[in-house]
Write a protein that binds this ligand. Sequence first.
Ligand SMILES: Nc1ncnc2c1ncn2[C@@H]1O[C@H](COP(=O)(O)OP(=O)(O)OP(=O)(O)O)[C@@H](O)[C@H]1O
Length: 479
Amino acid sequence: MDQDILSDQVRINGSITEMTLTGDGKLRWADGGQRSLNVEKEVLGFVAEGSRIKIRTVVEARDQICCGGSTGGLMRKNYVFEPLSEDSQRLWCEKLRERVDSFGRPKRLYIFVNPYGGKNFASKIFLDHVKPLLEDANVQFTVQETKYQLHAKEIVIGMDLSKYDGIVCVSGDGILVEVVNGLLEREDWSSAIKMPLGVVPAGTGNGMVKSLLDAVGEPCKASNATLAIIRGHKRSLDVATILQGETRYFSVLMLAWGLVADIDIESEKFRWMGSARIDFYALLRILHLRQYNGRVSFVPAPGFENCGEPTTYSEQYICNPSQEQPIKVLQHRYQGPDVELSNLQWRTINGPFVSVWLHNVPWGSEGTMAAPDAKFSDGYLDLIIMRDSPKLGLLGLMTELSNGGHVKSPYVLYLKVKAFILEPGTIAQDPSKEGIIDVDGEVIARGKGTYQADRKGMMSYDKLQIMVDQGLATLFSPV
Ligand SMILES: Nc1ncnc2c1ncn2[C@@H]1O[C@H](COP(=O)(O)OP(=O)(O)OP(=O)(O)O)[C@@H](O)[C@H]1O
């Protein structure tokens, strides 16, 4: 067993008792019974107040009587002890500081709060759940409310990253995606994208933070997400580059075309219904099911080589390189993974399709486990394809989305891909109309006759290519 780091007599509640900081990171003492704190897991910070030391912790609410603020299932709680001399107090502070510093926790954070994310509660979530924990942990922070769409991206492109140990988004997934795109548009993108990113759920779609917390059995709550950031563990995250001609967009969550995109985006018409709009519109869309003409091509991950029909990259590629426009804009920014796509083994599936869905992490939103086998940094995207299904079966599948059971349906093809090409076409039942391509909750392309077709997307409703860069970004993670 590790040797104790410090053991000394201290005063607690008027009684003298022995307190020990053990080599395996526990703070132990007797106070009407043996007490123990796991420094890494439970201690946020500490402060010397007069001759005392106050330890600020967060503990499971069930076994504590409140003497700090409650943060849902977790509770802030202070423990106070008094070393018996100034030397002893100095030594306790020094050893506790060394211990806490050894965890590599962030000390300075830049925090985006989107006041209009989700149900407009982000500012309150920040004040009630995030700020108190950061203060307990002695983390310095700069808060910036986002004032308009792409504000976060704009700030990230110009900010001095050396001043911060992480960027936090108190928002939905939308701000996180803006931050990733901002980092990758910087000239110093290769170091910038290493900046650890955190998300505190405060939007409509909180798929990334749900995926992080669910992976360790924790609830998708602001306090759990904030703690994960404070504790400073990190994990890497695959980033997908979506490419059409000269236009690039970087995605960390998902791409949807067909049924899922239509439900997500077109249901906006029924916003007045609140959260029921999704179920209502899903039902409507299934009753009047659309199939889309088109073709998908992909490079399958090992184990999925038999899906689709073999094809060559040259048959699928977006532009004939000789006709391609020279790339003149943003040459200095990240261009996507450096892979020779023509050397890979491509496969193709022809439509019509009900739905095509690519997912980087398991959860698309707090209630949708789109891709149960998706991994944060396996270097692959999970592809979920539905070509046809009886309507009754589809209704059943919709209810299975909450537990990922839909991927077991015989009507669903579920595989992992390294690269992907989408050739979106018209609606089979009405060839005068096309569809919507939704990336990370943002419409990147709208075809003819779609909802709000007059709004210009960043890409046209045409062939696009997606490649994955393994573990390019870094997230604060609970483990
Ligand atoms: N002040 C603002 N006014 C309008 N839009 C904003 C503002 N700040 C940020 N946005 C935009 O809001 C969008 C949604 O952001 P966010 O990530 O918080 O939530 P979401 O769950 O993705 O979406 P939702 O708005 O449906 O909750 C982003 O695309 C962002 O650009």
